[in-house]
Each structure stands twice: as C-alpha cells, then as structure tokens.
Design a protein around this ligand. Structure first.
Ligand code: HEC
Ligand code: HEC
Length: 204
C-alpha cells in the first residue's frame, strides 16, 4: 500500500513536471522545472498563482525581488516557518532560474474586493493618511502598484498575505530589510491595513 502511494506520488509529480516544462517553453532548465513541480507548485501554483490566500502570488513579480527574498530565506535573513526549509538547499543559479520562471508568468485577472473597504484603501494607497503621517504607497510602489526591480509588485496580491506582511513589518517580525516598511506600516490602523490590502488585491 505504502509503495503504491509513493509510486503514484512520483507519477503525479513527474506529470506536473512535464506540464511545467511544456508550459514554460525551452528557456526553463529541467532542474528549475523539476523544483517548481516538486516543491513550489504545491503552494504557489505551477503558474505562480497561489491556491491559498496566505501564500503570496509570484506571477509577474520582479525577478530581482524574488531572487533577493529566496536568498534571504535560504541564508536566514528573512525568517519563515515554511520558506526557510524550502530554500535551504537552493543554489544561486537555481534561485535565478526560479525567479525568472515565476516573473515571466502573467498575472491572472483580479476581482475588486468589498467596495467600501476598497474606497478607503484607494485613498490610503494614492494619498496616504496626512493626519497620521502615512505616505502614499504609490510614491514607492508606483501608481498601479507594479513596483520596480528593487521594490515588490503589490498589484493583485492576496489581501490576506498583504495584511500578514504589514503586521509583520509593524512588529519587525519580517526580519529582512524592514526599516522603510516598518515606518510606513506602524502608522496604519487595523482598518487602514485591511482596506489598503483589499484595494491592492483588486489592482491588475
Ligand atoms: C508549503 C507551502 C510553500 C511552499 C512549498 C513554497 N512556499 Fe514560498 N512561501 C510560502 C509562504 C507561507 C510564504 C510567505 C512567507 C512567510 O510568511 O513565511 C512564501 C513566500 C515566498 C516568497 C516571497 C514572496 C514575497 O512576495 O515576498 C517567494 C519568492 C517564494 N515563497 C518562493 C518559493 C519558491 C521558489 C518555492 C519552491 C522552491 C516555494 N516558495 C515553496 C509557502 C510556500
Ligand atoms: C518609502 C518607500 C515605500 C513606501 C512609501 C511604501 N513602501 Fe512598501 N515596500 C518598500 C520596500 C523597499 C519594500 C521591500 C522590502 C524588502 O526588500 O524586503 C516594500 C515591501 C512591501 C510589502 C511586502 C510585499 C511582499 O511581496 O511581501 C508590502 C505588502 C508593502 N510594501 C505595502 C506597502 C503599502 C500598503 C504602502 C502604503 C501604505 C507602502 N508599502 C508604502 C517601500 C515602500
């Protein structure tokens, strides 16, 4: 019975592996396709569209940002119960390949969230909160939330993941490069945090 379960798992994984290789064209190395299929796809999806809202979407994220985060997970700078283990044996060239793979995927279309929350969120995103000193998110992450090579794309990210990260920045529990985002996130109220996350989640 155990042998059967194991062999059907192997067949399953190698089928995803073929799918990943076929879907991504010739530029993806077999090793990268195999890592995606056997490891990352489970949570982030073969196309970088995570199944669960607590796993970040990776599709269309900037490659340099993805690579930086993977190195930080691997080298223990960004602490994570899940990702530390996932990244611990990745070689630099595999990280670069994985980053290029997910960055090349198109972001799937997004649905706008609760309109009342999104209205408050849009104000925060575009204008910040001048009364409490929250800066506009657009001033760094761009008018559409598409980010830059050094700054993450936020557009269309799962609101639940965004909220978790903003709370981690507030408490400095996101351990790598939190200086800038700590000063931003610590000024957001809980309502503003949820609202801005809902608005960003609906951006294309
Ligand atoms: C068991 C689920 C799981 C698997 C498998 C997994 N991840 Fe993750 N990943 C997460 C979670 C959860 C986070 C959010 C970080 C945290 O809170 O720990 C994350 C975060 C990330 C981030 C940071 C994204 C951002 O926006 O900052 C990257 C990049 C990433 N994962 C890439 C990968 C790659 C590449 C693989 C395969 C080698 C992989 N992950 C496998 C669950 C998973
Ligand atoms: C002064 C520039 C600046 C401003 C303003 C700013 N950010 Fe950021 N943000 C950053 C930087 C830099 C990072 C990347 C941190 C890192 O490298 O780990 C980041 C990362 C993030 C992340 C983590 C993304 C991920 O994929 O894990 C979230 C979420 C975020 N910012 C939300 C916001 C929101 C919401 C606002 C507005 C209320 C905002 N930021 C305003 C600079 C800024």
């Amino acid at each position: 019975m155990k042998a059967f379960v194991k062999s059907s798992l192997v067949v399953g994984i190698s089928m995803i592996s073929l799918h990943v290789a076929a879907a991504s064209g010739a530029s993806v190395s077999p090793r990268v396709a195999e890592i995606v299929a056997s490891r990352c796809a489970l949570c982030h999806g073969p196309e970088g569209e995570s199944a669960s809202a607590v796993y970040p979407r990776l599709a269309a994220q900037h490659p340099d940002y993805i690579a930086k985060q993977l190195k930080d997970f691997r080298d223990g700078r960004r602490k994570s119960d899940t990702m530390t283990d996932m990244a611990k044996d990745l070689k630099d060239e595999e990280i670069i390949g994985l980053a290029a793979y997910f960055a090349s995927k198109k972001a799937a279309s997004r649905q706008p969230g609760d309109a009342d929350f999104a209205g408050v969120g849009k104000f925060i995103f575009q204008r910040g909160n001048p009364y409490s000193g929250v800066p506009a998110c657009t001033s760094c992450h761009g008018v559409n939330g598409h980010g830059t090579q050094q700054l993450p794309r936020l557009a269309g990210q799962h609101p639940a993941y965004l909220e978790i990260q903003l709370k981690e920045f507030t408490k400095r529990e996101r351990t790598n490069d939190n200086a800038v985002m700590h000063t931003v996130a610590a000024k957001l109220t809980e309502l503003e945090t949820r609202a801005v996350a809902i608005f960003i989640g609906g951006l294309q």
